[in-house]
Design a binder for this molecule. Structure first.
Ligand code: HGY
Ligand code: MN
Ligand code: MN
Length: 410
């Protein structure tokens, strides 16, 4: 079995981790911002150094393609993930999968291997969805779940338009998303949760992924004086927002750990210490591995908002930002992951992805699955996100063998 250049891939992960650091020392590479451009330029450069054909599609997804005259007519095997980040992010989320995917292809190519199928590594645009909703956008467009035209017109939280930003950073691509129809997709990723480490497993064979519901809620009350307005006179948008957040926490606590709800963004107007807020605008991210249960959570929230309009005399509107059903991955590829974990004497368990992933959209196109490695202390979306080199290299071994089998390395 061909081995990867371990130093090269670890150095590249660390090098990319140094890109997009802001004045406060936070790692931020939001979709199509300057940090993302710098990361894209670095990764596209490495793809070119590896001798891959680099293609960018209309939504800015970047592909490094290794095909030969003999195999170019065959459907390729695709690997990949994302290199955009959240705010004040870790350096492994997404990047580990893109760079190890590139490394596997580059190592096979350098070893002079022949493959029945071409190999492609993708870096998908806007997986995180922090600047532009929905999340997993590039792969959703790629898989046909959202038109490129609609996606490019999406206005971000900062008022910019995605298509214009992609043009500005030089990644308004030239080919139709979906231009390559892979026969299989496999994504290597960090777990981002505590399970593998806590239970002492080295590999996660990801068999499914939970459903995700994102919405923005706007509550309008009445601006008034903090010191002169008796409680009974108040129409307090801030209080109503707090009630929604605690309502959703109660739903989580009653769900036996299945439902997760997060309010990551909140803004009060006029946002002054001695003024009762007239407006609260906030997000609710609800997840559950079961579609019916997720719909029940959404229904319960909608009913609660109606009730709150009556009890608190506020006006409430909601805006759908993103919605993904739970996804089951391909049993055959999951078994491949388990096979090669066992062959490399690595402990492995099946696991659900709590995070949204590009793989969930590629699963709309072809047999797809994922490989997880442990996240130390289960921390992610945080600069403390950490993976051990030994774990990253173990994941890369399983990945190399699974990809080689799928691409039918001769
Ligand atoms: O939100 C998520 O689960 C992913 O990080 N985009
Ligand atoms: Mn990710
Ligand atoms: Mn993420």
């Amino acid at each position: 079995m061909i081995t990867i250049n371990e130093k090269r891939v670890l150095d590249r992960i660390n090098a990319l981790g140094k890109v997009g650091i802001d004045a406060e020392g936070r790692r931020i590479r939001l979709a199509a911002d300057d940090g993302d451009k710098a990361g894209r330029d670095l990764v596209a450069g490495w793809m070119k150094d590896a001798g891959l054909r680099v293609v960018v599609d209309y939504i800015g997804n970047i592909f490094g393609i290794w095909e030969t005259a003999e195999n170019k007519k065959e459907q390729p095997v695709m690997v990949g993930s994302h290199i955009d980040t959240v705010i004040n992010a870790g350096q492994f989320d997404g990047c580990y999968g893109v760079l190890t995917g590139l490394e596997v292809i580059q190592s096979l190519k350098e070893a002079g291997c022949k493959t029945t199928r071409p190999l492609v590594v993708g870096a998908f645009t806007n997986e995180e969805g922090v600047r532009y909703s929905p999340d997993m956008m590039g792969s959703l467009v790629y898989a046909g779940g959202l038109s490129a035209e609609k996606a490019l017109a999406i206005v971000g939280v900062d008022g910019t338009v995605l298509g214009e930003e992609l043009k500005r950073i030089g990644y308004a691509g030239t080919v139709e998303p979906g231009f390559i129809k892979p026969c299989a997709f496999i994504e290597l990723h960090i777990e981002q949760g505590p399970i593998l480490e806590a239970e002492g497993y080295q590999i996660g064979a990801v068999e499914n992924l939970q459903g995700i519901s994102w919405q923005q809620i706007t509550i309008e009350g009445e601006q008034n004086h903090a010191g002169t307005t008796p409680i009974s006179y108040r129409i307090d948008a801030g209080l109503a927002a707090a009630k929604v957040i605690t309502f959703m926490r109660d739903r989580c606590l009653k769900s036996n750990g299945k439902t997760l709800s997060t309010t990551g963004c909140i803004e009060f107007k006029p946002n002054a210490i001695n003024v009762i807020p007239s407006k609260a605008v906030f997000t609710v991210d609800v997840r559950n591995p079961n579609e019916e249960a997720l719909q029940a959570e959404e229904k319960a929230l909608a009913e609660y908002l109606k009730e709150l309009e009556k009890t608190d005399k506020v006006k409430i509107t909601t805006k759908r930002l993103s919605r993904f059903k739970p996804v089951l991955f391909d049993e055959g590829i999951v078994k491949l992951v388990e096979k090669y974990a066992a062959k490399n004497h690595l402990s492995c368990r099946r696991i659900t992805s709590g995070a949204g992933q590009d793989a969930q959209n590629l699963a709309l196109m072809c047999p797809t699955a994922m490989i997880f490695i442990p996240s130390i202390n289960g921390i992610s979306h945080n600069p403390k996100e950490f993976c051990k080199d030994t774990d990253m290299l173990a994941g890369a071994k399983v990945f190399m063998e699974a990809v080689s089998e799928l691409a039918e390395v001769k």
